[in-house]
Design a protein around this ligand. Structure first.
Ligand code: RP5
Length: 180
């Protein structure tokens, strides 16, 4: 295993107590404001996960190591967020059959339209499940990854169902928009 990946697997700061089932990666630390919402959902739903900056352009070798070893390490889904020329999700998908969920980060220059188009327009044969731009996309990526994990983990599926129920109940209990 390459040194950089060894650090990822053994580095305490990146690990929860269980073997990660979902990898959350992002092109830059500056993506964290957005990507934290995916991680928040994984935490709420009890999904073992790892978090790491992996840049398609600045650390391409790490990207290849990460994607190539993902399946063997037991990852069931990879959430990949990036902004601008957002090649990370597509390049990861090119190197693994683990499902990749792409989150377009809202860029300053073009409001995330560049990120969205970079991620969504994959050639047929190499899929990336592309989410909405920004916080909503990151949140939904966390929920979608939990659904994938839920097929193997009944506890995660139950947590996801409970989340949906409580969301519905919250809306029904507060249905009059004129009330503060
Ligand atoms: C992308 O470039 C990253 O995903 C980030 O959204 C964007 C800008 O990166 P920084 O210059 O802020 O590191 O690769």
């Amino acid at each position: 295993m390459p040194g950089s990946l060894q650090t990822l697997v053994t580095g305490e700061s990146n690990l929860v107590s269980e073997t990660p089932l979902v990898g959350v990666i992002m092109g830059s630390r500056s993506d964290w404001d957005t990507m934290q919402h995916a991680v928040q959902k994984l935490e709420e739903l009890g999904v073992p996960h790892e978090v790491r900056v992996v840049s398609a352009h600045r650390t391409p070798d790490l990207l290849f190591d990460y994607a190539q070893s993902a399946q063997a390490r037991g990852l069931l889904a990879i959430i990949a967020g990036a902004g601008g020329a957002a090649h990370l999700p597509g390049m990861v998908a090119a190197k693994t059959v683990v499902p990749v969920l792409g989150v377009p980060v809202q860029s300053r220059a073009l409001n995330g339209l560049d990120s969205l188009l970079s991620i969504v327009q994959m050639p047929g044969g190499v899929p990336v499940a592309t989410l909405a731009i920004g916080k909503a996309g990151a949140t939904n990526a966390g929920l979608l990854a939990a659904s994938i994990v839920g097929a193997h983990r009944p506890d995660v599926l139950s947590a996801l169902e409970a989340f949906r129920r409580s969301q519905t109940e919250r809306v029904l209990a507060d249905a009059d928009p004129r009330e503060p």
